[in-house]
Write a protein that binds this ligand. Structure first.
Ligand code: SF4
Length: 236
């Protein structure tokens, strides 16, 4: 093999790496879009109204279109909602917001806010995992989110990034324990085993975050639920 051939091979590989590097964001987007669009059909089969959005802006628009003027809104403890910017728009529009993450609330006010979420007009939240066959899975410490999602509010809107789509329930439980919980619990400053090592240690900590798990196999009879799947990575 001549030096010239060798040089061509090296430069060909460099071109390939540069092309892959330049394409990586596009490939990630394609992957999440494919998975996101596919799960819409499964959600609809399970009785949920299901919408797909390509971007945070599009998702926020879909959510806001679902909210009637003057509706009182319950906000689940969700980074996804905050990432797409919905709470700020609702506050600017003058909606009453029941947000237990609001700064400065006393413990009594946090509890009252969680209770108010159970009977609000529209409850907005995310979930920890969405299975490819359209089941919503989430785990709470207090249980206010899983309660409000199933019965009480007139309408529930779930926003979920395609990064949370998993193949089946086993993968959903693993995602909750090894991906969602360590990050979400670290975010609120809890010093518990999964936060220290980055994966579940099935702890007996008094601060254990995993206490109530909801699997929503089909839309509950009396709750109007819309799931907005976003073809990008959102939340924990
Ligand atoms: S059981 Fe404990 S260690 Fe495991 S994810 Fe939940 S809070 Fe973390």
């Amino acid at each position: 093999m001549t030096a010239d051939t060798n040089n061509k091979k090296v430069s060909g590989r460099a071109d390939l790496y540069a092309r892959r590097l330049a394409n990586r964001e596009g490939i990630r987007q394609w992957y999440l879009r494919e998975r996101g669009q596919r799960v819409i059909r499964a959600l609809a089969k399970n009785g949920f109204a299901a919408l797909y959005a390509d971007s945070s802006e599009e998702a926020a628009g879909l959510v806001l279109d679902l909210i009637p003027p003057g509706a009182a809104i319950g906000l689940g403890g969700s980074m996804t909602l905050r990432e797409i910017g919905v709470p700020e728009v609702l506050a600017a529009r003058g909606h009453t917001l029941f947000d237990h993450w609001k700064a400065g609330l006393t413990p009594e006010e946090v509890m009252a806010t969680r209770r108010a979420q159970l009977t609000c007009d529209v409850f907005l939240t995310s979930v920890n995992a969405l299975t490819a066959d359209g089941q919503l899975v989430c785990c709470d410490g207090a249980g206010n989110r899983v309660s409000a999602m199933t019965f009480g509010p007139k309408k529930v809107v779930v926003v979920v990034g395609a990064n949370k789509i998993v193949n089946d329930l086993d993968a959903a439980f693993r995602r909750i324990k090894d991906v969602a919980a360590p990050q979400a619990l670290s975010d609120i400053g809890l010093e518990i085993p999964c936060v220290k090592v980055g994966s579940c240690q099935d702890c007996d900590s008094p601060a254990r975050g995993c206490r109530v798990t909801l699997i929503m196999e089909r839309k509950p009879y009396n709750t109007d639920i819309t799931v907005v799947v976003v073809g990008k990575a959102l939340g924990f």
